[in-house]
Write a protein that binds this ligand. Structure first.
Ligand SMILES: C[S@@+](CC[C@H](N)C(=O)[O-])C[C@H]1O[C@@H](n2cnc3c(N)ncnc32)[C@H](O)[C@@H]1O
Length: 266
């Protein structure tokens, strides 16, 4: 059995689903989500705000004429998936979903069964960017001579430095032509370490027992994912503030734990 199908171990995709109020999770995931809420009471709000940020970013790309999207680290299907947002703002857009979790891919394929012409799901690891680019469904649906939106949201903090996630992102962004965009979000421990060292440690402990321990990065290391690209206004900011005129009030000590940016290839 794949480790990702082990229902005895909390799974990051299913914990996130539980935080979003989804049904595709098991008792062990709900217990992890409950523990996370205990030590990080803002987690559920952050999960919802994160999906809202993705919605704003995809809409912006669609409004800029992007018609193809590569979403790596897709997660379980949830409210307003990338292809639904894209199709709302730019009907007919092509979307390729990539996740390394077989259960996530199975759920995503079930959701998309009636849309094979514009949407595909690939089971692959972000650490193998060349395989993602070479996959027949990527080649079928994405024309890299046209602008593409690459999403790596809520996934890079599950990849350790030893596996070089910066290289993976740069291989993907090098494949984009001018006008392509990278949409990226990442947990940082910089602010939390300064303001709430004990709480942050407890949150990380929940993920330490999951199938993919979380590895927050500092702002500088997150900005390195944008190398060679032009960050769009307002730059790398808290997910609640990106593209939002009226962000929810969050106290300063809780504000900057989840950073987001959209960057354009010149
Ligand atoms: C928390 S979910 C994020 C879902 C969605 N991108 C979002 O931001 O709402 C993280 C997803 O990344 C996937 N994932 C984790 N590590 C990965 C890797 N190395 N390659 C591909 N997918 C990965 C997990 O299986 C999970 O579905």
């Amino acid at each position: 059995m794949s480790p990702n199908l082990d229902v005895g171990v909390p799974n990051i995709a299913r914990i996130y689903d539980a935080m979003l109020g989804g049904k595709d999770n098991f008792a062990v995931d709900r217990e992890a989500a409950d523990r996370l809420l205990e030590v990080e009471p803002m987690s559920a709000m952050y999960a919802r705000q994160h999906r809202a940020y993705i919605g704003r970013a995809v809409r912006m790309l669609a409004e800029r004429g992007v018609r193809q999207f590569l979403d790596v680290g897709t997660g379980l299907p949830t409210m307003d998936n990338v292809h639904q947002i894209a199709h709302r703002h730019a009907p007919g857009s092509h979307v390729v979903y990539v996740d390394n979790d077989p259960a996530v891919c199975a759920h995503a394929r079930a959701l998309l069964a009636d849309d094979p012409g514009t949407v595909a799901v690939i089971q692959e690891d972000l650490r193998n960017p060349e395989r993602i680019l070479d996959h027949r469904d990527t080649r079928r649906l994405i024309d890299f001579a046209e602008p593409v939106g690459i999403l790596a949201t809520g996934v890079l903090h599950f990849i350790p430095d030893a596996d070089d996630p910066h290289r993976a992102i740069s291989v993907l962004t090098e494949a984009m032509c001018s006008g392509g965009h990278l949409v990226v979000s990442h947990i940082t421990d910089e602010e939390a370490r300064r303001t709430r060292p004990a709480d942050n440690k407890s949150g990380l402990e929940v993920f330490a027992r999951s199938n993919a321990p979380m590895r927050p990065r500092n702002r500088v290391d997150i900005e390195r994912f944008l190398d060679g690209l032009e960050p769009q206004d307002p730059g790398l900011v808290c997910i609640t503030r990106w593209g939002e005129d009226d962000p929810p009030a969050i106290s300063d000590d809780l504000r900057d734990v989840w950073l987001a940016a959209v960057a354009r290839k010149p």
